[in-house]
Each structure stands twice: as structure tokens, then as C-alpha cells.
Design a protein around this ligand. Structure first.
Ligand SMILES: [Zn+2]
Ligand SMILES: [Zn+2]
Length: 500
């Protein structure tokens, strides 16, 4: 058996499947063993490299994954092991060899161990945290919809609670998060989430995934609904199109729950009191801005007012004008924040600056002329108030400006605009629109500033703030280095994300 695995693995290496990482056959075998153990195919106590045992585990995995059962680590088996999936075990026991004789009986029996259920019909849940780039409103809507999915086909009902005493808590974690080394998250891909059977009431999601609720990236709603299934007592389903199948599925157009999911939940909690099943097609769950199960239209029942949407994502550019009004640019919109902290509604860029493209890359206001500069690609735009100046947009890159600049701002000590691009910064002469002599220079002059920032500005108090992702760095002009850093949405009150 060992020989078979080795030859197979060698063959796989030669065919180039693993060309990227070039693992040795030993690594491949080891990784497969770790996988089979993590997902319950190998009994940890019995694993002393018993090859019969290993072959049986591989067979079991192949059978549950709808692959040809060969007991060997062939290409398809190894590929299947690399698919993104739920971190919960596929098998609690019994062994495949025993099961093989009575597959149909075993399959149904092992789906729901009798004690793994709740003994009440109404459960509360708490959303402990969520990815910073998703809106709280959308996450709440998605979680609500995910619980309703199960409530609509069973006798269970659910409601959100802000208390940590809720029956079920949903939380996002990075890496090891204190529930055992085998539950440590593994970065993007691999295990996406896991949960605990009743009545522990916990579902954990890998914060390293790029979760999304708008149809792109890793669909959080599908994974929420799956993990909630576990918290209610459901194990993995051997049916490929079941929501409780262990592998990540994209959100399809069809119903999310298949008959196996519905049988499993009703086996634990019975049918809805009405006797009727209420199912919604997957396409209803593609967007969560205004999710409502009855009609799919908006129902704004939230009492807490949301902070503006730039607060939860990466903005394109940020600048302060001569009246100390802060401007934040993102996509097609911009927001203003007054010195007293009043945040505007989102306005369309073109409503103020005609002919300006959307998704600009950098913006700055000159403190000597009050003019607005915008940069995107090879071009730049200059406006006096709302008026595009003659000769703009122009191809600034032909005068030595960097293409696709990271950020720009007006630097008072030099009395010039400064444009940043990766490892360099450029000082710009506003009259000639050329790069000043001896520039560009190295970003190292800005000690402590990371590469590729998304925004930079001078605060009216004189300190310079750089932004990237959810973080900011405050550059002290006297000490010529970073003297503070943190999360801008939380720490900088003047940015308008708090208490509004
Ligand atoms: Zn699962
Ligand atoms: Zn966990």
C-alpha cells in the first residue's frame, strides 16, 4: 500500500499538479494524513501508520466526496482535499469498513446524534463582531436571513440579542482563537468556518477570508446558513447539493436547502406549526442592503443610525480644503465633514466637479491657491471651486508625474504638492506642473510610513496623517517620524465615523 501511495504521489508530481509548491511525496502523504485526521476519517488514537487503516480512511473520504473509491491518493482526491470547506468533521464515527455493509442505515443514523439538540423552540443569537469592511446593517440582515432559512422549514424561531447570554454567538477570528489547535484558522481558503453542536452555541468564521454580501468574493450568507445548521445540531450531509455538504458552494439561483437539509432539521425539531414550508430561491439572498423575507423590499427597522459607508471600507482619497472641510472620496461619491463634525450625505462626484471620472486615485487641495487637484492613471485635473481649469485634464505623466499615484497632499514646509507612488515621492511645482529638481526621492524620508497608502492629509493642527486599509499613521513634522497609529474609523473623531 505504501508503495502504491508513493508511486501515485510521484506521478502527480511529475504531471505538474503540485508544480507551485513542489512538496515531496512525503509532504503530500503527511498533509493528506493531517486532513483525514482533522475531518474525522482517521481515528487519532489508532493512527500509528497502519496502512490498512489509511487506505480505509481514503476510501471513506472518496465515498463521501462522490469520487471513485480507490483507497489511493490520486489527483482528484488530492484536489478535493484542497477545496475551501467547513472546518467541522465529516465523520464522527463509525468506520467506513463497518459502514460499507450498511451504508444507507448508517448514513441517516449518524446525521444527528440524539442528544445534540436544543430543548426549546425559541433561540436568541448574538453577533459578536464582523469584518470591518462589511456594514453592520448588511451583516445583521444576512444573519437574520440565515436563521430564518432554518426557521421557515422547522418549528424553531430566532431573534437577535445584544447580550452575551444569547443561546448562539457568532464571531470572527484570526488563526488560533483558543478552541484547540485543530480549530485554529488557516488563512484564506481551506477551512472557512466551524461551529459547535448544541448546546454550546458558538459559530466561528475565519477573519482572513475576504467575506462578501454582494455576490463577489466568499459569500458570507451561505457559510452563515451552513454553520448555523451545525449550531442547531446538524452534521455534514453526504448530498452534494445540500447546504450541509461540507464544501463551500457559491450562492446559486435555486433553493438553498435540499430535502436532506429539511429532513435533518425536522427530525430534530419537527415541521413548522403551519405545516407549510417556506423557501426562498438563492437569488433573493444575493444582496443584503434592504433584505426582507416577505417581499424582498426594504424594511428599515433599525433604530441605531449607521455611520457613513466610507467608514467601513477603503476610500480612494481624502483631503482638507482651506475652510477646514474634510473631503472623503470613494467610487462615485464624496462626503464632507465640517470642523464641528457634521457628516454630509454621499454626493455624486460629478455634481460638484463636472467631467471628473469616478474612482479617482488621489486628491489634494493646494494651501497656496485653494485649488482641487485630482489624479487618476496618467492624467490630472485641476478645479477652481467647481470649475475645471483650461488645459485640464492633462497628461501629467508626460511631465514626470507617476502614473496611478497612491496619494497626494499639500506639504506646508515645502510649499508644494507632494505625490506618493510606492517607494518614491515627488514634489510638484504648481505653476509649471513639473516635478521639482532632485525628485523623486525615497519614501524612507517618511520614517514609518508603509508602501501604497490610500490617503494623506495635513490636519489643521499641523500633523500629517497617512491612511491605508483600516489603519492610519500620524507623522510628526518636528520629529520626522511616525508618532502614533491606530484605526482611523475608531480613533480619529474628526473623520466622522463615531456618534452620528
Ligand atoms: Zn460544516
Ligand atoms: Zn473556533
Amino acid at each position: 500500500m505504501l508503495v502504491t501511495i508513493y508511486t501515485l504521489v510521484v506521478r502527480i508530481l511529475l504531471t505538474g499538479l503540485c508544480a507551485r509548491a513542489v512538496p515531496t511525496p512525503k509532504d503530500v502523504l503527511h498533509n493528506a494524513q493531517v486532513f483525514l485526521e482533522k475531518y474525522g476519517y482517521i481515528d487519532r488514537d489508532k493512527k500509528e501508520s497502519n496502512l490498512g487503516e489509511l487506505e480505509a480512511s481514503i476510501s471513506h473520504f472518496q465515498w463521501l466526496s462522490h469520487l471513485p473509491v480507490s483507497g489511493e491518493l490520486d489527483t482528484r482526491t488530492l484536489l478535493q482535499m484542497n477545496e475551501p470547506r467547513c472546518g467541522m468533521k465529516d465523520v464522527s464515527q463509525p468506520r467506513w469498513t463497518e459502514q460499507h455493509s450498511a451504508i444507507s442505515n448508517q448514513r441517516r443514523r449518524k446525521r444527528y446524534a440524539l442528544k445534540n439538540k436544543w430543548y426549546k423552540r425559541h433561540l436568541t443569537y448574538q453577533i459578536v463582531n464582523w469584518p470591518w469592511y462589511l456594514s453592520q446593517h448588511q451583516v445583521r440582515q444576512a444573519v437574520k436571513a440565515a436563521f430564518e432559512l432554518w426557521g421557515n422549514v422547522s418549528s424553531m424561531t430566532f431573534s437577535e440579542s445584544s447580550s452575551a447570554a444569547a443561546d448562539i454567538r457568532l464571531a470572527f477570528f484570526y488563526g488560533d482563537h483558543n478552541d484547540g489547535a485543530t480549530n485554529a484558522f488557516d488563512g484564506p481558503g481551506g477551512a472557512l468556518a466551524h461551529a459547535f453542536f448544541p448546546r454550546r452555541g458558538e459559530a466561528h468564521f475565519d477573519n482572513a477570508e475576504h467575506w462578501s454580501l454582494n455576490g463577489r468574493g466568499r459569500n458570507l450568507f451561505v457559510v452563515l446558513a451552513h454553520e448555523i445548521g451545525h449550531t442547531l445540531g446538524l452534521q455534514h450531509s453526504p448530498f452534494k447539493n445540500a447546504l450541509m455538504s461540507p464544501y463551500y458552494k457559491k450562492l446559486g439561483k435555486d433553493y438553498l436547502l435540499n430535502f436532506d437539509d429539511i429532513l435533518a432539521i425536522q427530525n430534530l425539531y419537527g415541521a413548522p406549526p403551519s405545516g407549510k414550508l417556506f423557501q426562498l430561491p438563492g437569488k433573493k439572498f444575493a444582496y443584503f442592503l434592504d433584505w426582507n423575507s416577505e417581499n424582498g423590499k426594504g424594511s428599515e427597522s433599525d433604530t441605531t443610525k449607521e455611520s457613513p459607508s466610507y467608514c467601513r471600507s477603503v476610500f480612494d482619497a481624502i483631503t482638507w480644503d482651506m475652510q477646514n472641510i474634510l473631503y472623503i472620496f470613494k467610487g462615485r461619491h464624496f462626503w464632507t465633514v465640517t470642523p464641528s463634525g457634521n457628516v454630509s450625505e454621499p454626493h455624486l462626484l460629478q455634481s460638484r466637479w463636472k467631467k471628473l471620472p469616478v474612482y479617482i486615485e488621489a486628491a489634494a487641495v493646494s494651501a497656496s491657491t485653494g485649488k482641487f487637484y485630482f489624479f487618476k492613471g496618467a492624467k490630472c485635473w485641476r478645479y477652481k471651486e467647481s470649475q475645471l481649469e483650461a488645459g485640464f485634464p492633462r497628461k501629467c505623466s508626460s511631465k514626470g508625474f507617476p502614473r496611478h499615484p497612491d496619494t497626494a497632499f499639500y506639504f506646508h514646509p515645502l510649499g508644494h504638492l507632494v505625490v506618493f507612488k510606492r517607494t518614491k515621492y515627488y514634489v510638484i511645482n504648481e505653476n509649471s506642473l513639473t516635478v521639482e529638481p532632485y525628485y523623486p526621492r525615497s519614501l524612507k524620508d517618511w520614517k514609518g510610513i508603509p508602501l501604497e497608502t490610500t490617503g494623506v492629509l495635513t490636519h489643521p493642527d499641523g500633523s500629517i496623517y497617512f491612511f491605508k486599509g483600516e489603519k492610519y499613521w500620524m507623522f510628526n513634522q518636528d520629529k520626522l517620524r511616525v508618532t502614533a497609529s491606530g484605526k482611523w474609523a475608531e480613533d480619529l473623531s474628526w473623520i466622522g465615523c463615531k456618534n452620528n
